[in-house]
Ligand binder design. Structure first.
Ligand code: GDP
Ligand code: MN
Length: 380
């Protein structure tokens, strides 16, 4: 679960990390009120759960108090990468001398937290990571259960060229950020940019905190917020153990089994004309209702050209799943192309149900053949 910048900043601030003054506004009038309290110039920041806002027009500097409402209105109305902002943060504009990247995440290879720091932070950090990965210094947190102490980091942080007061302040901020990361079961805690100001202060100018969903039971207030934001359908799917990850391709995908879904995704993405719009794994308890929910969720995605279903029925009753697919196709009079490969227990019954509503059923055992059929069907 990713938190909004304003929520992450509130948490970082509680742990002693300095953030710019200001506050959240949901309307242009509120934005003006905040700006009047802190004084211009201010930065107006779109509160969306994606990065790259700076490049997408979601970060605006306003010098004139009379322009706050206009700019806030624009930012509030602008979608960033398909997401509507939940509000805007109105913050004092910081005079930036240097932007540093600071991040903590879990290293997938070693399975332990890793701290990353780079002297070239800011909106181009992806480019730096790609072109000059050696500029990003990484240090593993050898004992993840212990806190980090400033002295352990000084020599490492010197490597990015900091000295004196800013070095000490940065090291302290890393130690504090690690406390947040640990306390909140973080997957990512990131400050980009961590700013050194003209007057040598070190400030957190952007805050990202992503909490491990599997640990949400330890954070009841966050868990409640997550559940409150979910639809009844998505709650049903979660309870049934289905997993959904939104991507941005053109083929909706429903698979019974995570490994099957991953393999199917690879095969689909091998075709230049095809790309998966999502990952969806049904879990082991397929029912007709579950499949209706899965179909609804997949069909919500924009730009779909087809839905591809890959089911394997061992103990999973795929014939029940087929009934759900047939039901939603009939009820919604769906015309989108559908290709299904379904094998296993009661497969003949499953095929009949699906073919009865116009789904192309591939009866081969190789998924490649079904994907090839899909590509040809769509003319790719
Ligand atoms: P992101 O693009 O979503 O990561 O949004 P950020 O909050 O990181 O802002 C993007 C960029 O806007 C930063 O890297 C800064 O260069 C600039 N920016 C943000 N806040 C301020 C500020 O208070 N003062 C100045 N001068 N620039 C800022
Ligand atoms: Mn940023």
């Amino acid at each position: 679960m990713r938190l909004h910048e304003y929520e992450a900043e509130e948490i970082f601030s509680k742990y002693g990390i300095n953030i710019p003054q200001g506050g959240l506004a949901k309307t242009p009038q509120e934005a003006k009120q905040v700006a009047m309290n802190i004084g211009v110039p201010v930065v107006i920041k779109s509160q969306v759960l994606v990065g790259g806002r700076g490049k997408a027009g979601g970060i605006r500097i306003v010098e004139d108090l009379n322009e706050i409402e206009i700019v806030a209105d624009e930012v509030l109305k602008t979608e960033i990468k398909g997401y509507k902002p939940e509000g805007v943060l109105v913050l004092e504009k910081v005079e930036i001398k240097k932007e540093i990247y600071l991040g903590i995440t879990i290293d997938r290879t070693s399975g332990i937290p890793i701290i990353m720091i780079c002297s070239e932070g800011g909106v181009e950090i992806e480019k730096v990571a790609h072109n000059n990965p050696e500029k990003i210094f990484k240090f593993p947190v050898i004992n993840p259960l212990q806190n980090i102490y400033a002295y352990q980091l000084i020599s490492a942080v010197k490597k990015i060229g900091l000295t004196g007061k800013t070095l000490i302040e940065t090291v302290n901020i890393i130690a504090k950020l690690y406390k947040v990361f640990k306390k909140y079961d973080g997957l990512i805690a990131e400050i980009n940019p961590l700013v050194i100001t003209e007057d040598e202060r070190v400030l957190c100018v952007d805050a990202v905190l992503q909490v491990d969903d599997s640990a949400l039971f330890r954070h009841p207030e966050l868990n409640k917020r997550k559940l409150d934001a979910m639809s009844e359908r998505d709650k049903r799917l979660m309870k049934k153990g289905a997993t959904f990850v939104k991507l941005d391709g053109n083929i909706g995908l429903i698979c019974s089994g995570a490994g099957l879904a991953m393999a199917t995704m690879d095969m689909i993405n091998d075709y230049p004309s095809l790309s998966t719009a999502n990952f969806l794994e049904t879990g082991g308890g397929i029912t007709s209702e579950l499949m209706v929910d899965c179909m609804e969720l997949v069909l919500e995605q924009p730009g779909l050209k087809a839905v591809f279903v890959n089911l394997y029925g061992g103990i999973n009753p795929i014939h029940e799943g087929a009934k759900g697919i047939a039901k939603i196709i009939k009820e919604r009079k769906l015309t989108i192309s559908m290709v299904a490969k379904a094998l296993g227990n009661r497969q003949e019954e499953t095929w009949e149900t699906l073919e009865g509503v116009g789904v192309h059923v591939i009866k081969e055992s190789e998924t490649q053949k079904a994907v090839k059929f899909l590509a040809e069907l769509l003319g790719g």
